[in-house]
Design a protein. Structure first.
Length: 557
């Protein structure tokens, strides 16, 4: 046995080697899209109309007051805690409660594991005057309009077909498509889905958001004693208790059966941009349901603990009654004659590791949000669209702002026109009473955490393992039905789909764009891989992790 001093020296050496790995990684330049310096108002001041400003002071036009925005920039430039306390937040009617900015200093924190928060980057965000951003907004308006269409009905729904047709005709829409009649188009099978391997296979929702374990003892309090669980009960075994995949959903409007949408009244929208806090005013349905439509999925990601979907997936996989071959081939205990894993390469290890990456992912993406991109939220973009269409006959002034650089692909879209017909404004309807959180849109926290947590799970479990008896939610969300398709649903594909469902679920709420999802899951993936690389120094076992990236490439750690 090694002497204590030898162990002490080895421990220090491992820490130093991990630090050296981090130090030697390339630190790419951090570049934004230049919008912050691109637009000026009638006073020739920088107007910051294409940047995040929710919670700051705003004019009646919905534009941020430049001096208020500059107090935020001053804090971001200096990094001094006192300067963050000097940011001038929104004032004016209606009175508080007032929302605060969410944790900008998180991006300045250092970490002792994984990449430094400033060591990674994502591409510059799509610009407000570009065709990609126009396509993203058209998709968001359609998502808002169609939140209550059950996923199981997408194939036959006329409005889903109309939305798919409009998205297919856009110049730079980057959602998934498939070939129909020799042409690559958006279809009811691809609409609103993710872009990773497995996303277009099987039902819209990942099996990991639906199925429960079949080995628990009692179905529920109401079931006869000794009744065993079926996977379609949706109860995940969590020690001696269980987690219910049925959730508390938001109440539908009694007049039309659809759920309530928010921020469609201009005065309310403006008050919320100035910082009015309307959170906690959701109206809930007392009946618990499986996630059945986009409103339900948005509600899930409104209230979830950031890593809960991935912890649930991990618990489900660990409880499957299959041999240990469900573990990745590189797990040292998968074929061991004499040992089982536990604190290393066993259940306690993966259950902690899948959640361990979440806070590190948040620090990295929070730097991107506040210190690099400062992209405006979709509800703010919707305010610009509303004002541009309403004020087209007028010259650009502080009282009647104009934004003619916004593409007519969104300004003249069926989605925006239908929104006006339904609500009387062109504001983007929000699923949450308070709209978006009070931090910038790009990158996305949920998506970055999704990318990191799912990468850990793909490294740990055999991605090729086929999940039996796939299901999908009924139209009312009260039960699960067998999925009739012929496709084989694999662990890897359904984990990718889980990351996409959670990330795009935020888009369905109206608070993020498609590119927030696509770029942020890759950011989370990079964070997780770097953590696995550093942790490799610490284990005694001979092992490796194999996984397929979101781009479809196989790697070994």
């Amino acid at each position: 046995m090694k002497q204590p001093y030898s162990r002490r020296t080895s421990a220090r050496k491992i820490r130093e080697e991990a630090a050296e790995i981090g130090y030697r990684r390339d630190h790419p330049p951090l570049v934004n899209n230049g919008e912050e310096a691109a637009y000026r108002n009638s006073n020739n001041e920088l107007s910051y109309i294409a940047n995040y400003s929710k919670g700051l002071r705003h004019r009646q036009s919905g534009e941020v007051i430049p001096s208020s925005y500059r107090t935020m920039l001053r804090a971001i430039d200096s990094g001094e805690p006192d300067d963050f306390e000097r940011i001038t937040l929104g004032v004016g009617p209606p009175p508080p409660p007032r929302r605060k900015l969410v944790n900008p200093q998180a991006g300045l924190a250092f970490d002792l594991e994984g990449p430094d928060a400033q060591a990674l980057t994502i591409r510059p965000a799509p610009r407000i005057d570009g065709l990609e951003a126009a396509g993203e907004m058209v998709e968001l308006y359609w998502m808002a309009l169609l939140r209550d269409v059950p996923f199981i009905n997408f194939a036959g729904d006329a409005d889903i077909g109309t939305a798919a047709g409009e998205l297919s005709g856009l110049s730079d829409f980057r959602g998934p498509k498939e070939v129909v009649g020799g042409t690559l188009v958006v279809t009811p099978n691809t609409i609103f889905r993710g872009s990773t391997p497995g996303d277009l296979t099987g039902p819209f929702l990942s099996q990991f958001l639906l199925k429960g374990n079949s080995d628990a003892v009692v179905r529920s309090r109401e079931s006869p004693p000794g009744t065993t669980l079926a996977e379609t009960d949706g109860l995940i075994k969590y020690g001696s208790i269980f987690i219910d995949q049925k959730q508390k959903t938001v109440r539908g409007r009694p007049d039309i059966g659809d759920g309530a949408d928010y921020l469609t009244n201009y005065n309310t929208w403006l008050a919320i941009q100035r910082g009015l806090d309307t959170s906690g005013t959701d109206q809930f349905d007392p009946t618990r349901r499986f996630i059945r439509n986009m409103r339900d999925l948005a509600n899930y990601v409104h209230f979830d603990a950031l890593y809960e979907a991935y912890l649930n997936a991990c618990l489900y996989l660990l409880s499957l009654q299959v041999p240990a071959v469900l573990f990745d081939q590189g797990n040292p205990y998968r074929d061991s004659r004499t040992q089982d894993g536990f604190g290393t390469f066993g259940s306690p290890h993966i259950l902690s590791l899948v959640t361990e990456v979440a806070t590190r992912a948040l620090k990295v993406v929070w730097y991107q949000k506040w210190f690099v991109h400062r992209r405006l939220r979709p509800e703010e973009f919707g305010g610009r669209i509303h004002q541009e269409i309403a004020n087209r006959p007028n010259p650009p002034t502080l009282g009647s702002p104009r934004y003619p650089f916004i593409s007519n692909e969104v300004l003249g879209s069926q989605a925006v026109n239908r929104t006006f017909t339904r609500y009387g404004t062109r504001l983007l309807p929000q699923a949450f009473p308070e709209g978006s959180p009070t931090h910038p849109s790009y990158g996305a926290g949920h998506a970055t955490v999704a990318g990191a947590c799912v990468t850990i799970l793909k490294a740990w479990f055999d991605e090729s393992f086929v999940l039996s008896n796939p299901v999908e939610p009924n139209a009312d969300g009260l039960g699960l039905s067998p999925y009739p398709g012929p496709e084989s649903l694999t662990v890897g594909g359904e984990l990718n789909k889980l990351a996409s469902n959670i990330a795009i679920g935020r888009n369905m709420g109206g608070v993020h764009y498609r590119s927030d999802y696509t770029e942020s899951i890759k950011l989370g993936e990079a964070i997780a891989i770097m953590i696995l690389q550093e942790q490799k120094l610490t284990y005694n076992e001979n092992y490796s992790f194999r996984l397929t990236t979101f781009d479809g490439n196989g790697i070994i750690v």
